[in-house]
Design a binder for this molecule. Structure first.
Ligand code: NAI
Length: 424
């Protein structure tokens, strides 16, 4: 295997702290990338074999651009079509900047789904980066047009809609990813593998928090695009804070622990006057194995940016991961010292080592986490097209999205009923 990399290339790689074997494995896995392109870390969209389109991600928007940059990082897919905005002139300007050809710029997502599906060279998947309430109609349209889907979270604003999408994806045999970004971090994968191996024993207690302060005042009154729709029930759904960031706690905890939630008891609050939906929530949780926990999500926690932190306490040890310092994992074993594991260290477990892109000490973050999700989704899709085994798939699926929507719905219901315990 190793002799397939030239000796000069192997030396360059070693000098960069990348073992030829790990690079070879990555190349072999993707079966697509040009080695030189990976080494230089260029944006190599043109080298991609898959074609994708995007709905959302117009001018001034947030997450669509993150998706595009993350996809470009590995060059496995090329952007060829889009309906980037609710405003057509915005879509056209965005398409020009992104070099999308005129005949593949669409006024609305329905036109895009039907025309792309009819093309011989139509898109392999669509990325949906629009506000919550639009996810269901858009995802449904593309599934019905036999196009694979990557959709932002929360999957939908209603559990029956989420179930319908899950059923439809299954019936059509299409891939469907939901971009719970935090599952893409190397140290989150390391934590998950530690729990799976039994390193910390039986999980007893889980503490999850996501503290932000950006909605501590009425930002929605200032014309801020992101705040406006998130505080509007018709666009965001039944919950703002739990839907937007509590859902990340739920998914990250589920991913790391592998545990299902049995029941929850929630209190959703709206602290900023005049706001129709929650901007803070405390949720007590019980897991299927008897473990207990508390989730706290807040958009009014002054002094905090994106403070997602998950702590898992088991019978033999504990782990702690903090998304604002994501290259490290705090680990402790009963009676032993507290250890700080560093991403890129030689002791990393395989699932984490596989997604670690640069040597320890050069931080990886949000873009890489999204890129890891997309790389796995794209390679899985390529394997599927080639009729190969899909066992290496490791991206959040439509079923994870459904679990998230159920969690949000039950949290709202519990709070409305006076913070009662509800089964999930
Ligand atoms: P945004 O307000 O910044 O951008 C939304 C974009 O969608 C705008 O360009 C808008 O014109 C476009 N749009 C709206 N309706 C459309 C339609 N029918 N057709 C075409 N384009 C349409 O919103 P943001 O913050 O980027 O959030 C989008 C989604 O991403 C939300 O569901 C949000 O929950 C999720 N998100 C997920 C994150 C993660 O970490 N996974 C982080 C931030 C947002």
């Amino acid at each position: 295997m190793m002799q397939e990399l030239s000796p000069i290339l192997a030396i360059i790689l070693e000098n960069r702290g990348i073992s030829s074997f790990s690079l070879y494995s990555a190349v072999r896995k993707t079966n697509i990338l040009e080695v030189s392109e990976m080494i230089e870390g260029k944006e190599v969209a043109s080298a991609g074999k898959l074609k994708y389109g995007m709905v959302g991600g117009g001018e001034g928007s947030f997450i669509g651009d993150v998706h595009r940059k993350a996809i470009a990082m590995d060059g496995l897919a090329k952007l060829v079509a889009g309906c980037f905005s609710i405003y057509y002139d915005d879509t056209v300007r965005t398409a020009k900047k992104l070099c999308v050809s005129d005949d593949r710029v669409y006024k609305d997502f329905k036109e895009m789904a039907s025309k792309e599906s009819a093309r011989e060279d139509g898109i392999d998947f669509v990325s949906i980066c629009t506000p919550n309430a639009t996810h269901f109609p858009i995802a449904k349209e593309f599934l019905e047009a036999d196009i694979n889907v990557v959709c932002e979270k929360p999957l939908t604003v209603d559990e029956t809609e989420a179930k319908e999408l899950a059923d439809l994806a299954k019936e059509k045999n299409l891939l469907f990813a939901v971009t719970y970004a935090y599952s893409g971090y190397a140290m989150v994968k390391h934590a998950r593998e530690m729990v799976q191996r039994g390193d910390i024993g039986e999980v007893r207690v889980v503490m999850g928090e996501y503290a932000q302060d950006w909605l501590a005042t009425r930002l929605e009154d200032t014309g801020n695009m992101q705040a406006s729709w998130r505080t509007d029930p018709s666009q965001t759904g039944k919950s703002n804070c739990v839907g937007d960031i509590g859902s990340h706690i739920e998914n990250t905890v589920a991913y790391i622990t592998g545990l299902k939630l049995n029941s929850i008891c929630a209190s959703l609050d709206s602290f900023v006057p005049g706001r129709a939906l929650d901007d803070n929530a405390e949720i007590l949780v019980r897991f299927e194995n008897g473990a207990r926990g508390v989730f706290w999500a807040s958009q009014v926690a002054i002094g905090h940016d994106n403070g997602l932190k998950v702590r898992v306490f088991g019978s033999k040890g504990s782990i702690e991961w903090d998304q604002e310092n994501p290259n490290y994992l705090k680990v402790a074993y009963v009676g032993g010292p507290v250890q700080i594991l560093s991403r890129g260290g030689g002791y990393m477990l395989p699932s984490a080592a596989n997604v670690s892109r640069i040597p320890a000490g050069h931080p990886e973050g949000y873009y890489e986490a999204f890129a890891n999700i997309y790389r796995n989704f794209a390679t899985t899709l390529i394997k599927k097209k080639n009729g190969e085994d899909l066992s290496g798939a490791d991206f959040p699926t439509v079923e994870d999205g459904l679990a998230g929507v159920r969690f949000i719905g039950k949290a709202v219901e519990s709070s409305q009923k006076g913070s009662v315990w509800l089964d999930l």
